[in-house]
Design a binder for this molecule. Structure first.
Ligand code: NDP
Ligand code: MG
Length: 387
């Protein structure tokens, strides 16, 4: 039996992880969760899984849990960060799923990196902003990081569930293109929040759905891949594949290209990661209908090349550049969702903020938090100047 803690269990990745656990109750056990504000959903999970451990750093959530479960002696309701850290380090914990969205996921990913357990990583932002800190820390503590972002999990599967890339000549990261595929940036000034949140293939949290629509998600994924597989950005091509059936392709030095395919369903990469190095789990998946399958591929739109070039530069620059890019984007996305800027201005906020903040080469966790803070202030100024 593998005991699992899910960080950010009330989100979209949380849903998929819990669904895989439910389908494999004889092998997987949910030992604890963290969440932020979705109290009703957290309570459903606690009741359904007869949960033993729950953590939230929100006062309101904590108070509500204490009230509802005052007579439940079986449930540990945690409030302090030290209590969460203690839980993650318990002997019976095997797997920690990092599925909080955005920069907020960094703190608990760092905690998990120090445990020596297996991390299933969804929170790509923690690698983009702090790959240079998280990865060495994980290595130092013998913590294995298994990607569950579908493209990175696909690459990992194509590499036979390891990260050895000695005989790799090329990796293609596929992109769905999102709801605005084939639209120029100049045509995006009037798109609504509803349209931007309506992804054609995937059901995901709001932030990553907007990132998919802007193609920032693919930029974050390029940087994530560079760090996770320790390869120069030149090895990676980004290709639009609107059907989201092939999740990435690894071409080896002898000319063989291996790809991983499934219908778009996050439970597939999650199930692989939950059974990594063991026999595969069983999942109630929808089969690909190969007889009617049409797979198409196209280049990343020309007018998004500036954005991709920034991501490629970040791969080469390292240091604080990923933190600056990520924070600028988080403010841009939040401002769009709060209807302070139009969709096309997301790019302007990122470009202008990225240009305004100097990149420092050597980072530690304190400088990453400082840079994140400084960048958010700058990005808000840019938003104010154009809204
Ligand atoms: P959601 O917005 O659906 O869920 C986010 C989760 O994080 C919720 O449990 C939320 O709690 C919690 N959370 C949010 N803010 C905080 C905070 N400040 N402190 C603590 N917890 C917080 O996001 P997704 O599940 O879509 O995405 C999660 C991560 O996985 C992201 O990094 C995303 O890029 C990545 N990912 C997601 C994919 C997907 O299919 N969804 C695919 C590939 C990667 P609450 O709801 O209770 O407030
Ligand atoms: Mg992805």
């Amino acid at each position: 039996m593998k005991n699992i803690i899910v960080l950010g269990a009330t989100g979209s990745i949380g849903d998929s992880v819990l669904s895989v656990i439910k389908q494999n109750k004889n092998k997987l056990n949910l030992l604890g969760i963290t969440f932020s504000s979705n109290i009703a959903k957290a309570k459903n999970i606690i009741n359904e899984f007869k949960l033993k451990n729950v953590y939230s750093d929100s006062d309101e959530s904590h108070k509500s849990l204490k009230h509802t479960y005052e007579n439940n002696q079986e449930l540990n309701i945690l409030r302090e960060k030290s209590e969460l850290e203690e839980l993650l380090n318990k002997d019976d914990v095997d797997i920690i799923v990092s599925a909080i969205s955005g920069f907020s996921g960094l703190e608990s990913t760092l905690m998990a990196a120090k445990t020596g357990k297996t991390i299933l990583l969804a929170n790509k932002e923690s690698i983009v902003v702090a790959g240079e800190v998280v990865l060495p820390l994980a290595k130092e503590h013998s913590t294995e990081i298994i990607p569950i972002d579908s493209e990175h999990n696909a690459i990992f599967q194509c590499l036979n569930s390891n990260k050895n890339t000695d005989d790799v000549s090329k990796i293609i990261i596929t992109a769905s293109g999102g709801p605005f595929l084939n639209k120029k940036i100049s045509q995006l000034s009037k798109v609504t929040k509803k349209e931007a949140l309506n992804h054609p293939n995937w059901e995901m949290g709001a932030k990553i759905t907007i990132d998919s629509a802007s193609l920032v998600n693919k930029c974050l994924e390029l940087i994530e891949a560079k760090y996770l597989f320790n390869l120069n950005e030149k090895f990676f091509d980004l290709v639009v594949h609107p059907q989201s059936i092939i999740h990435s392709i690894v071409t080896y030095t002898d000319g063989s290209s291996i790809c991983q395919m499934s219908n778009p369903d996050m439970r597939v990469p999650i199930a692989h990661a939950l059974s990594v190095h063991n026999k595969r789990l069983s999942l109630n998946f929808s089969e690909i209908d190969f007889s009617s399958l049409k797979l198409t591929f196209q280049d990343i739109p020309e007018d998004r090349s500036g954005l991709v070039n920034i991501a490629r530069n970040i791969c080469n620059l390292g240091g604080s550049s990923g933190t600056i890019f990520n924070a600028a984007n988080e403010i841009a996305v939040q401002s769009f969702l709060e209807e302070q800027i139009t969709f096309d201005k997301i790019y302007e906020v990122i470009y202008r903020t990225f240009d305004a903040i100097p990149v420092s080469k050597n980072v530690d966790i304190d400088t990453i938090y400082e840079t994140d803070n400084e960048t958010r202030i700058e990005a808000k100024k840019v938003v104010k100047s154009i809204s």
